[in-house]
Design a binder for this molecule. Sequence first.
Ligand code: HEM
Length: 299
Amino acid sequence: MTDKNAEGGCPFNGAAAAPAAVAQPGDAEWHGAQMDFSKSMSYGDYLGLDRILNAQHPLSPNHNEMLFIVQHQTSELWMKLMLHEMHAVRANLQANDLAPAFKMLARVARIMDQLVHAWDVLATMTPSEYTAIRPYLGASSGFQSHQYREIEFILGNKNAALLNVHSTAPDAYALLDAALRTPSVYDEAVQLLARSGLAIAPERLHADWTLATAPDESVKQAWLAVYRAPEKHWALYELAEKLVDLETAFRYWRFRHVTTVERIIGFKTGTGGTAGVSYLRKMLDVVLFPELFELRTAL
Ligand code: HEM
């Protein structure tokens, strides 16, 4: 069927509209854009694209390995940004400077959301495709991601035993060792509750930072006071909801990881040596900010 309104003019009037100007090979300019970077920094220079785009080295002859590599590398880049933001959040909480902390916590939660959606791309990899790659992966696994482990630690899910994975990588080990010994973002939120006049047990304020966050009754009562009178404690209330947003996004990430893994490898063991899906399912039980979830039942 002829569409008289189609771009390019009416086919019945015999006079087609003039075609849009098309750039000719050899055109020396394009809309005033700078073309010569012999003396100035280009996009690729600024972003170090040479190094980033040449860091994909598939080991198998399989076409789909590129997806596997890019998916992990992009996740690591987003994790890098999350850590950058969360270190600043922690410093802001220490300084009672909540407005920038809120902004950054919102960003971290959105990054996590983005990583949740990224699983849709990886889910296009079939078990047959993964099976072709798996022999080439050796014992490498996301389990060894030191950035992921630091994210867990900075959110309070500490586990000293997992440092051993990095005993042959001194830089990563030192980073994780420091993260293990430093109060988490949530520990700083608890300190802030105390500085705001809410009663927190001294044992909680001077906890052993190398241990995972343990639920504490005084912290629960403090958050309950905040949620019972939000108008009186608005900043703490907003902080609590930002933390809940972040933990919720993190839970979605864990869930999408385990469901994608089950879809691809079923109940085979992981390349990192764990039982695979059953290990990842246990990780779904991790609660980062326990009192913030407990208070909802008590409210
Ligand atoms: C086909 C794709 C994937 C499969 C089959 C897979 C499988 C697994 C398995 C079985 C584990 C448990 C440890 C082990 O024994 O290896 C694990 C852990 C992990 N994976 Fe994946 N994974 C995949 C993709 C990804 C991607 C794209 C990321 C993003 C960085 C990722 C990050 C992690 C992390 C951080 C852990 C440690 C989790 C924890 O200890 O709580 N994985 N993966």
